[in-house]
Write a protein that binds this ligand. Structure first.
Ligand SMILES: Nc1ncnc2c1ncn2[C@@H]1O[C@H](COP(=O)(O)OP(=O)(O)OP(=O)(O)O)[C@@H](O)[C@H]1O
Ligand SMILES: [Mg+2]
Length: 393
């Protein structure tokens, strides 16, 4: 033992020898270093035993009775004054809390055979803290159990909800599918009546048949919309690298062919790729570019643009137009099935396109959002990655 280490031990040596921390039970437990080797500052392992001390024998002169009933290893070496070594909790500590008096020495007296070094220290009553620790452990366990239970409940109701959704989806698909045939009959027979029996019907009769036919046709489109939505939700998703620029060119080419009378300036960024389902992504572009095409119908110099940019490391695709635009108050509503902001009289449609697009994007774990202003066009943004925590668009 070097002189400097002796010096360092002095403050501990001056502290009173272990005081009893028990008041009622007559016994306190102490932890003593059984074998402080004389080179105690060399860090190694030393055994510490839990000793029992009888009440009233703590004035510093009495021998501590070492029962050595518990041992545990702690790093050896000089412990700085104030270092708290706690006795092991009894095995049953959780069910039998630290209700008694327990002690832990800061430094307690121990004499090594070889060096004759002796240490002195004070005993601290840790019963209260142990009690709180015990309760906090218990509460933590309870909380853990509750969280696990709630998670299981949530997972199970999630599964039930998913199953119900799938059932509902398959029901609406079947209904929509089966409605097509009678609708086709209504359309077909009303036009047959008009063509084959024109002289037996007066003007009112003909008008009514026209209306029946038109209504059946509209209903047919709605039914097709439900089917489209259903297919976008149910079809198997296969992901691959898709050249969206090529897809956009292809889609716009079809629009140009179908609507040859219109002059629409189209700007398509080249080399834009996405990782997703090619058929579903085509449907996304058909709907978004289709809307841009349609809602620029009254614009003096219609312009439709497709491109992509990057923000915070993620690719954000967009379809922009300089058409009729919309009031941002309706922005969320646009994605609701059959919700339309503009009247059927102005622009044809049933309001299913954006709902379908949103489902496809969601299936890719992505997001879609929009910006627009009345008379100033609209931009639809989407990305195919989940929203970072706390960000909603
Ligand atoms: N580019 C756009 N500019 C302005 N309004 C738009 C645009 N795209 C969509 N909207 C508004 O959002 C509504 C919903 O769009 P959505 O594509 O779902 O339906 P739709 O175009 O009316 O019919 P369809 O089912 O044939 O697509 C539209 O009715 C329109 O009011
Ligand atoms: Mg549309």
């Amino acid at each position: 033992m070097m002189e400097s280490d002796r010096h360092r031990l002095q403050p501990a040596a001056r502290t009173p020898l272990a005081r009893p921390c028990h008041k009622r039970e007559g016994r306190a437990r102490l932890v003593l270093n059984r074998k402080l080797d004389d080179a105690a500052r060399d860090v190694g392992r030393a055994k510490w035993g839990i000793m029992e001390m009888r009440h009233g024998e703590s004035d510093g002169s009495e021998k501590l009775e070492n029962r050595e009933n518990h041992h545990h290893s702690v790093p050896a070496g000089l412990r700085p004054p104030g270092h708290l070594l706690e006795p092991h909790a009894p095995r049953t500590s959780i069910s039998a809390p630290w209700s008694g008096r327990f002690a832990a020495p800061l430094l307690v007296e121990a004499t090594t055979a070889d060096s004759g070094l002796s240490f002195r220290g004070a005993v601290v009553d840790v019963a209260q803290r142990k009690g709180s620790e015990h309760w906090s452990i218990r509460l933590n366990r309870q909380l853990d159990q509750q969280v696990r239970q709630r998670t299981e409940e949530l997972e199970s109701s999630n599964r039930a909800l998913l199953a119900a959704c799938r059932e509902l989806e398959s029901f609406s698909y079947t209904v929509a599918h089966d409605l097509r045939t009678p609708l086709r009959s209504m359309c077909g027979f009303s036009s047959v009546l008009l063509e084959d029996y024109p002289d037996r019907l007066d003007a009112d009769g003909k008008e009514m048949l026209h209306r029946i036919g038109a209504a059946a046709e509209r209903m047919g489109r709605l039914v097709d919309g439900i089917l489209e939505l259903s297919v976008a939700t149910r079809s198997k998703l296969r992901r691959e690298n898709v050249n969206l620029s090529l897809l956009a060119h292809d889609v716009v080419k079809v629009f140009n062919e179908l609507d040859a009378g219109r002059q629409v300036e189209t700007v398509i960024a080249e080399g834009v790729y996405a990782h997703g389902d090619p058929l579903l992504l085509r449907q996304v572009l058909e709907n978004l570019l289709g809307n841009a095409w349609k809602y620029t119908g009254n614009a003096p110099s219609p312009r439709v643009e497709f491109g992509a940019g990057s923000q915070d490391g993620e690719v954000i695709y967009f379809v922009r137009d300089n058409g009729i635009g919309f009031d941002m108050r309706h922005a969320a509503k646009l994605f609701t099935p059959f919700a339309r902001v503009h009247g059927v009289g102005d622009f044809k449609g049933i309001g299913i396109g954006l709902a379908t697009v949103q489902r496809i994007i969601t299936r890719h774990e992505g997001r879609i959002w929009t910006e627009g202003a009345p008379g100033e066009g609209a931009t639809f943004y989407f990305c195919l990655t989940p929203a970072p925590e706390g960000i909603k668009r």
